[in-house]
Design a protein around this ligand. Sequence first.
Ligand SMILES: [Zn+2]
Length: 662
Amino acid sequence: MIKRETIDAIVSACRIEEVVGDFVHLTKRGVNLIGLCPFHDEKTPSFNVSPARGIYKCFGCGEAGNAIRFVMQYEKCTYVEALRYLAKKYGITVEETERTPEAIRQMNEREALMAVSEFAASFFSDNLWKSTEGRNIGLSYFHERGFTDETIMKFRLGYSLSNRTALLDKAVNEGYTADNLEKAGLVLPPRQGEDDRRSDRFYERVMFPIQNFSGRVIAFGGRTLRSGDKKIAKYVNSPETEIYHKSDTLYGIFQARNAIRKADKCLLVEGYADVISMHQAGIENVVASSGTSLTANQVRLIRKLTNNVTVVYDGDAAGIHAAERAVGMMLKEGLDIRIVTLPPEDDPDSFARSHSLQEIEEYIANGERDFLKFRIDRFLQQPDHDDPLKKAAFIRAVAEDLALIPDSITLSVFVRQSSEMLEVSEDVLLSAVNKIRVRRYVEEKQRQSAPAEQEAAEAAEALVPEPSREKPVPDTPAFLTIADVERALLFRLVNYGDRMLVLEQEGEEPRIMRLDEMVFNDLEQDQLELETPLYHKFYNMYKEAFLRQPETVLQQLQYSQDEEVLQLYTALQDVKPAYSSGWKQRKSIIHTIDDQDELLREDLLDVLHNLRLMHLRKMKEECELALKTEQEEEEMLILLSKIRQINEYITIIEKKLGVTYR
Ligand SMILES: [Zn+2]
């Protein structure tokens, strides 16, 4: 038990912004600080920290509390663990009442496994520094590799003795249970046929403790120094345990986290030695993935600290391949990724040991390129890159990567850049990317069960067509063609464009805006354009006039030099209003400025819904037509699924319109 005085000392020393700041990148916002919430997935910050009140609160997910609560939530740890962590951070000596074997048993399992792992780390470290075997074999090996004593201590490197029960015996003697040693992955269960004793997992190896974000030891990697013996695995690692999940862990994150935040950049390498050598060279914002491809959780760990990652992998072909594979997950999570390759004969470890800090920094600064430029440059260096089949395959591969980018502005920049480098038109590349997005979307949908209404709407949004220049769809009811609906829309712009309407959208405050503005917003949302050429032209001129000066839109149109537009303008003024009839039944509450405006608003929504409906029907037509000629089974499935989704969206809109015509 921790003494009351210690708890008081910890509480008064804690500064919430420092505690949270170790895990979350915070920026100043008035008297408070703000950052990305670590408790839910978000891309715009809603996580607030108030230094004055000593608390944090997330306006996205509602998570809130003080410094201790934060550590408990973040590390998923107990109150006692959180206190220990904070005590360590603020250099407060934890005074506790005697820890009896009974008290150790009472600790909950996670705490117990962390405790036994910590004990093992100290034990391995003591072996390295104090035992003859450890000094002669382990320490001299680290020194030969060029690690300084300071570095060895910083990463808490150690040595496991050749005695196969050294850790087990010592730990049990100190009051830890063999069960917990086994659950922490430190001790192997008794093997059948042999004596029924347990034995240590790690023996005769140099030891690399793996620490979590807050520095707790959760696992180990052990490397043998018997290079000749093929029967002995070079590396032995802890298995997955209650406290260690390999896919959630990045080696070196504890030692690197402050440097990453400060540099606003994270270097990613492959192995333990890479991380350690880079640190020793003075580059501290570096972590290792300890595997070839990153997991989503590892990427999120990085994203808590920075959005910028530079992958520093070996200069050989395998390293480059691994670097390219690491990219996918990072793209998906919206990170800015750069890649730098080392000279072919080097890995980050050897490179860091043979160069000065300044040389390494310069090499990275000059050599790093964004992932796409990196890939394309490499492709263009191949002697047969002009081969049409090779090139087409490569462009498809690039499109697969691009389709992962969640942010549309970033995507457009990359599409332009790659289309220039590959000498392929931007449109072609973008349409390939969009196809992949649709395909992935459809696949994702198929994996899930029947989509709910909302998802169907999203599906349709993802499928919103490029504007087509064809004639109205043949099977549309004769009284309603796309041109009819478009004309109806223009009529409303010309006659009622300046009327103020109340716009209500779910989850938003009602806003008052001009009718024409509402139309612009609505069409832009789905990137819908009018497709009858004259109407298209008229609409754009109207919009341009509006952007120049909203008050004089009509005057500007009247002075248009375009005969066609002038004629249409006049004609539209002659048309009688053609309000649809559905609005009366649907309108139950009137919350607009007056009834007249509510009528206008409902009517406008009808027109916009109809326009969408027309486009969807046409898309459906196109899909059905394509289905007739499609031979590939896979493509047919995609088309069928598309049609199903379009139908669902059509139903939603028809429901809104209060009509059904099929
Ligand atoms: Zn949150």
